[in-house]
Design a protein around this ligand. Sequence first.
Ligand code: SAM
Length: 320
Amino acid sequence: MDKTTPEQKGLPADFVERLRRIVPQPAFSPILESFSLPKTTTFRVNPLKSDAQTLQSELLKAGLHPQPVDWLPGAFRLPTEEKRLLTETDAFYEGRLYIQNLSSMLAPLLLAPQPRERILDLAAAPGGKTLMMAGIMEDRGWISAVEPVSDRFHRLRRNLENAGTAIVHTYRKDGRGVGRACPLQFDRVLLDAPCSSEAKFRSAEPRTFAYWSLRKIRESQKLQKRLILSAWQSLKPGGTLLYSTCSFAPEENEAVVDFLLTKASQEAVLLPVDLPISNTMEGLTEWGKRHFSSELRLSRRILPDGEMDGFFLAKIRKRP
Ligand code: SAM
């Protein structure tokens, strides 16, 4: 029997039921709706090859209508129907812009890497966040970008080359071994973890959720726990770790950060995640029978809408 209700929009019933328990009740229906809305296209200038004003004029001349995002300098939104034309511009081919959801841009912004620092991007392909960090650092310093999956690794290399960065060093490695191989080496670490990608589900594209299951969530959590320990081991005392996922599952988000806080209780301090937007909620402090540290309130969940994808962000400092 087909148990799909119109409200579920064809998404897996268990996923929808869990989502109802995760997000604030008044936000639930609009959030469910967002899985079937066409998303606004957003992108950002690559500061290593252009600047916001020059790029905007270049795109206007090409017949496009980019609008600057007021809370994120260098970021633009574009009417959905202009996306194809954007991907046919010289600016796109020559790496003067990078198409990226605004939620994804928040992770590098929050980690705030500084010129001359040593940065680790532990799950890097296709490289959108790596490149944004290289831009923030004015291409000065060192970024190690790790990706074990071969075709994704090559895509990462191509994107880096096209963007013109010189400070990113790529490693086709499993991130789980990096902490042991490079202990206490990095000022800041980004772990944008492999996850069940729930925020990428599209109602009209069943392939986006065809492999979703509670088992998959449990498997992702197992990998994420090992990756976060590796990320932590690689961080210098006084350094900062940014953990993010595009999953709504508390098992992949608060539970993973809570695991680190328990393992490294003497050293790990959760920092507040301050965001210049209103479509957010605090991290959960309980899920089913599980209770997490009350500090998890400081982490943030981005609530999806017609523009932004769902996202989870937690910032953790290693005591000096
Ligand atoms: N940060 C990327 C960006 O903004 O373009 C997206 C990263 S994506 C969410 C997660 C990545 O982790 C995938 O490319 C996946 O292949 C990679 N991955 C999977 N297993 C991994 C592992 N054991 N160690 C490191 N990375 C892994």
